[in-house]
Design a protein around this ligand. Structure first.
Ligand SMILES: [Zn+2]
Length: 358
C-alpha cells in the first residue's frame, strides 16, 4: 500500500513539477508545444481547394475516371449511338480494334455463266459475316448492295469502262480492212481514205476517254450516295473491277473507316479555300459548309478505295520507295480520306483545259 501511495504521490509531485515549469515560463519552450496533443490532432489536413471537402474529392476523382473511360469509348465509336446493353458493348469492342482502312469483306457476284455478256448479280439478302460483325444491320446491308448494283450507272461502268476502248479499236480495224478490200487498185484514193480512217480512229479514242471519264464520275456519285447509309456505322464501300473482259470479277469492298476526324480536316481546308477564292471570298453558312464537306468526302470514297486496293496510297517505308508529301494522319499505312481529298480536289484546282476534259 505504501508503495502504491508513493506512486500516487510521485505522480502528483511530477504533475506539480510540470505545473511549476509552466508557471516558470516553460510554456515558451518549443518542446512543450510539440507535446501538446490537442494541437497535434488539429494538425491541418492536406491542402484542398476552397469549398471542397474530402468526400467531394473522392467523388470528383471517380467522376473523372469514368468520364475518361467513356470519352475513350466514344472517341473510337464516333458518331454512333452509345451502347446501352452488354451485347452492343461487345460489338463496340470488336470494332474498336479495327484500324481505318482495314478491308473487312469483298462481296463477289453469285452468277457464273456468260461472264463476258451478263452483268453481275449480287445476293443482298445474305449478309457477309464479317460485315455483320462490324455492326451493320442486315436491312442497311441489303439497301446498300441494291443501291449500288441495281443502278444503271453501275451496270454502265461494269459493261463499258474497260471495253469501250478495245471495242472501238477493233471496230476501226474492221473498217480499215473493209476499205482496203473494196479498193483493190490502191492509189491516191486509198491514201486519202486511210488518212481519214486515222483521223476517225484518234477522234474515236478521244471520245472513248471522255466516255470512260463520265462512267467513272457516275460510279463515284453512285457509291457516294450508297455510303450515306454506311458512314454512320464507321464503314465505307466501293467497287473494284478486277477483270478486263469478264463482268463477274467486279467486287464490292467493305472497309472500316472512322471519318469523323477527316471531316473536320476537310472543313478546315474548305474554309481556307473559300477565304482565298478569287475574285472574291466565298461565304457559306454552317449547313452549306457541312453539306459540302459531306459531299466531298463521299464523292471521293470510290476513287479512294480504287487507289487504296491498287496500293497507290501507301506511305513509303524505305528511302528507295521515294518521299511522300504527307505523313500518316488518320490512317496508319496509307493516305487517309482527307489527305486524298486534299490531293485530288484542293491541290488539283489549277488544271489545264486538257486535264479537265479527260
Ligand atoms: Zn484524314
Amino acid at each position: 500500500m505504501g508503495s502504491q501511495k508513493e506512486d500516487w504521490i510521485s505522480f502528483d509531485s511530477e504533475l506539480a513539477k510540470v505545473k511549476k515549469d509552466e508557471s516558470d515560463g516553460g510554456g515558451g519552450d518549443p518542446l512543450n508545444d510539440m507535446n501538446d496533443i490537442p494541437l497535434d490532432e488539429e494538425k491541418p489536413s492536406p491542402p484542398m481547394p476552397a469549398g471542397k471537402t474530402s468526400a467531394d474529392n473522392i467523388i470528383a476523382e471517380i467522376g473523372v475516371t469514368s468520364h475518361e473511360e467513356e470519352s475513350s469509348k466514344s472517341s473510337r465509336k464516333g458518331s454512333t449511338e452509345f451502347p446501352k446493353n452488354g451485347r452492343v458493348s461487345i460489338e463496340v469492342d470488336e470494332t474498336k480494334v479495327m484500324k481505318n482502312g482495314k478491308n473487312i469483306a469483298n462481296i463477289s457476284p453469285i452468277n457464273e455463266r456468260m461472264a463476258w455478256i451478263v452483268p453481275p448479280i449480287y445476293d443482298s439478302t445474305k449478309q457477309h459475316p464479317a460485315v455483320a460483325a462490324a455492326g451493320l444491320p442486315q436491312d442497311t446491308y441489303s439497301l446498300v448492295i441494291r443501291h449500288i448494283t441495281e443502278d444503271i450507272r453501275f451496270k454502265s461502268y461494269i459493261i463499258g469502262f474497260s471495253r469501250v476502248l478495245p471495242f472501238w479499236i477493233i471496230f476501226s480495224i474492221f473498217i480499215l480492212l473493209f476499205l482496203l478490200l473494196t479498193s483493190p487498185d490502191g492509189g491516191f484514193w486509198v491514201m486519202v481514205m486511210t488518212f481519214c480512217w486515222m483521223l476517225m480512229l484518234f477522234i474515236g479514242i478521244f471520245f472513248c476517254v471522255i466516255i470512260r471519264k463520265h462512267l467513272r464520275i457516275g460510279l463515284a456519285e453512285l457509291v457516294g450516295e450508297a455510303n450515306k447509309h454506311l458512314l454512320h456505322y464507321n464503314l465505307i464501300a466501293g467497287v473494284q473491277d478486277r477483270g478486263q473482259l469478264s463482268c463477274h470479277k467486279v467486287v464490292i469492298i467493305f472497309m472500316y473507316y472512322e471519318s469523323k476526324e477527316c471531316i473536320v480536316d476537310i472543313e478546315k481546308m474548305l474554309r481556307i479555300a473559300n477565304s482565298t477564292a478569287k475574285p472574291k471570298p466565298i461565304l457559306m453558312t454552317h449547313d452549306e459548309m457541312a453539306s459540302q464537306c459531306d459531299q466531298l468526302l463521299r464523292g471521293h470514297i470510290q476513287p479512294y478505295i480504287k487507289s487504296f486496293v491498287k496500293r497507290r496510297l501507301l506511305f513509303p517505308t524505305r528511302p528507295a520507295e521515294g518521299v511522300s508529301d504527307f505523313r500518316p494522319k488518320h490512317c496508319q499505312k496509307n493516305h487517309c480520306l482527307c489527305q486524298f481529298v486534299e490531293e485530288e480536289y484542293f491541290n488539283a484546282i489549277k488544271r489545264t483545259w486538257y486535264d479537265r476534259l479527260i
